[in-house]
Design a protein around this ligand. Sequence first.
Ligand code: ATR
Length: 273
Amino acid sequence: MERLAVIGDPVGHSLSPLIHMTWIDTLGLEASYESIRVPEGQTASALDDFLREGFRGLNVTLPHKQAVLDKVARRSEAVDAIGAANTLTHLGDEGWRADNTDAPGLIMALARMGLKDLSGKTVLILGAGGAARAALFALDRAGADIFLLNRTVDKAAAVLAACCERPHQHGPLDDLTRHADSADLIINTTSAGHGGAVIELPAGNGRLFYDISYGAPAAAQLSHAREQGWETEDGLAMLVCQAAESFAIWFDGTRPDLEAAITVCRDYMEAGE
Ligand code: ATR
């Protein structure tokens, strides 16, 4: 029996158990996936406990995405550049390996929207916090030209330097309307929607506005984007895609059914409304 879990605090709202158990059941695997609350400050001791208990892998959410890095034996290039991990894999005697599947998860989610080749595309990224870092890493490596807009401009420059290999542009979020014309798509990584704020958008003319949030925090922003003529997509598919990348790491490259998990999550969220 392979034991898997998502750790965080809070973690009760996480859709990860639903997504992974859907795949485990469908594929008939001998595995379990739990959600386990680990309070801030207890990351290191919890990781030791999970190793002892023989867990195969963990997904990591707030507030542990950076703290786990102090306890891992190996980490991917993405983890180094992004400065955070969302997937840990038990390597046997060596301990944990850290990966970041948010980055490939975003690329998969954009491909699902028909954006299969991002090379030379101009992407406006809104926000320069923790959630932006995986998006910047992924889009930089995918060959996109990035314009990073953030309320606090200094943060944008620092985050670009940390996460990207190629040069990109940045500026204040207030300049969104000025730069939107040249964008092939916009990706919103800000937490504005969690505070009830909506970032005002100019006309979209059918281009994609991708919000990495989903559910209630994304609803007002996506509705405004649609009113302005943007094609919209929320972050649920990205959540499922990063889960699929983690699943493939733990189960020898097995590629689970994305659409089945997206449908299960949407049904679950609708039932809870
Ligand atoms: P996360 O890990 O979700 O990215 P974070 O690291 O706190 O959270 O970053 C939140 C991001 O959303 C930041 O880019 C923040 O802008 P600042 O760097 O200027 O703080 C942005 N953000 C939050 N609320 C916002 C709002 N009401 N309008 C615009 N940007 C907002």
